[in-house]
Design a protein around this ligand. Structure first.
Ligand SMILES: Cc1cc2nc3c(=O)[nH]c(=O)nc-3n(C[C@H](O)[C@H](O)[C@H](O)COP(=O)(O)OP(=O)(O)OC[C@H]3O[C@@H](n4cnc5c(N)ncnc54)[C@H](O)[C@@H]3O)c2cc1C
Length: 429
């Protein structure tokens, strides 16, 4: 490496995924000077992060990003439904019953969501790609005061009052901050397909429970369908293309509701991606001078469609708290930042813990293939699906409009061990 220079910003954001771009957008609303860097020269198309929940959409409407997604023909979905293999609804979360303005999920390709978030970041936000964050810089008291960057053959330092680690699950900055971030892997993977040219499309975000595990399908713009299938790590190892086609046909035979996709699925086999699924919740979200946002701190099973949503609402929360701590000059200082970081930690840690717990329960309910897991999962789906009060609570939580806490008694109602005399007492939206 050769060359070195130093620059100064109010905020440096490491990572230009959903978390980083949302943070940059939120900070630009405060008039702060922001540098966003990402090691990738351009974002890679990964079959992840396509469904936005109403809680995040409230924030995206304020930023104009929801409108940008509409202009790009985003698809609105009214329900999140757990179904049997033949398509019968076992538990339907009806977003139409939520408050006005919050009555749909929105689906689009992950890259389009990133593109919409990058639109209109404002003149005080600079986005640089192909730049690796190597490490955090600290002052003599240990406070994070900036980052060391590497781009091609050059190293540079950036000083900032606030460093935001939005650098994903393997976050270097989280490690540099000494925050524990052990991820827990689920015992399965998700195999994704992007299906085009299907005469039939699911109307909702539909999770099908089958003997071989979860199948998840929802529509994407342009008449496409996203299909995920739960597989074991070994299930597809060594299959040639003919064997893979046979595997896919067998998979659809086990999910008769999806059989109309058989022909187009065969055509779309080359679009497959296999993705590990994991969860993570760090015990802390900050150290002096540095905040974690997004998957650097928090990841849940994709079934719950919560990752982008908590990233967006966390970014919004952090900027709201900074605004509360700023003085009339609007200038950041270490005191302002660390006051806001303490409040961020106090507010977000319990909120994320609640979402992590409910997401993990929901994921295990539909993916656990053990005898006991399957029995409890099916009971929970059936009894929750038949209980309007619990359905309302689960819908609010999934939509990111909660938290509505479920009590230990509610858990017993969910698995049908106790009848619920209040099942039909549903508060108004
Ligand atoms: C199969 C699947 C489906 C999903 N579906 C949904 C869904 O429908 N809805 C939902 O809300 N969530 C969903 N999620 C979760 C969601 O995709 C993630 O929560 C979200 O994308 C995380 O965003 P992020 O910005 O925190 O991390 P990332 O997207 O990982 O972004 C991190 C960025 O940091 C950059 N970076 C990393 N290290 C460095 C470094 N040292 N220097 C510079 N740059 C660096 C990377 O290049 C990357 O661009 C899904 C996840 C999976 C796996």
């Amino acid at each position: 490496m050769s060359g070195s220079d130093t620059s100064r910003y109010d905020v440096v954001v490491c990572g230009a995924g959903v978390a980083g771009l949302a943070t940059a957008r939120a900070m630009s609303e405060l008039g702060l000077r922001v540098l966003v860097v990402d090691k990738q020269h351009r974002p890679r198309p990964v079959a992840k992060g396509e469904v936005l929940q109403p809680g995040a959409l409230r924030v995206l409407r304020r930023w104009g990003t929801a409108r940008a997604l509409e202009r790009r023909n985003a698809v609105r979905l009214g329900r999140l439904v757990v179904r049997g293999p033949a398509g019968e609804a076992l538990m339907a979360l009806d977003y139409g019953r939520l408050p006005e303005g919050d009555r749909s999920l929105v689906a689009h390709d992950h890259l389009t969501i990133l593109d919409a978030l990058s639109e209109d970041l404002g003149p005080r936000v600079e986005l640089r790609r192909g730049v690796l964050v190597e490490e955090a810089l600290r002052d003599s008291a240990g406070r994070v005061i900036g980052v060391l960057l590497a781009q091609e053959n050059r190293r540079s330092t950036v000083h900032a009052d606030l460093v935001v680690a939005a650098d994903g699950i393997a976050s270097r900055l989280r490690r540099a901050a000494g925050i524990d971030g052990r991820r827990l892997d689920y015992p399965h993977r998700l195999l994704s397909f992007e299906i085009t040219g299907a005469a039939w499309r699911p109307e909702d975000f539909s999770a099908y429970l089958t003997a071989r595990g979860l199948r998840l399908a929802y529509p994407l713009p342009g008449g496409r369908v996203r299909l995920y299938a739960q597989v074991t790590p070994e299930e597809l190892r060594g299959l040639d293309s003919a064997q893979l086609a046979a595997w896919a046909s067998e998979m659809l035979r086990g999910t008769p509701a999806l059989e109309p996709l058989a022909g187009p699925l065969r055509e779309s086999l080359p679009t497959r991606q296999i993705l590990p699924v994991f969860r993570l919740l760090t015990p802390r979200l900050s150290v002096p001078g540095l905040a974690l946002v997004g998957e650097s701190a928090y990841a849940v099973h994709p079934m719950a469609a919560q990752g982008m949503n908590t990233a967006i609402t966390s970014a919004d929360c952090l900027s709201g708290l900074l605004a509360e701590h700023l003085d009339r000059s609007g200038a950041l200082s270490p005191g302002v930042v660390d006051g806001a970081l303490r409040d961020y930690e106090r507010r977000q840690v319990p909120a994320l813990a609640h979402t992590a717990r409910t997401s993990d329960n929901a994921a295990r309910m539909v993916t656990d293939l053990s005898w006991r897991g399957r029995l409890l999962g099916r009971r929970a789906v059936r009894h929750t699906g038949a209980n309007p009060r619990l359905l309302r609570a689960v819908t609010y939580n999934m939509a990111g409009l909660g938290p509505v806490r479920l009590t230990p008694l509610d858990r017993l109602h969910q698995i049908g061990l106790l009848p619920d005399p209040r099942a039909h007492r549903v508060p108004d939206a």
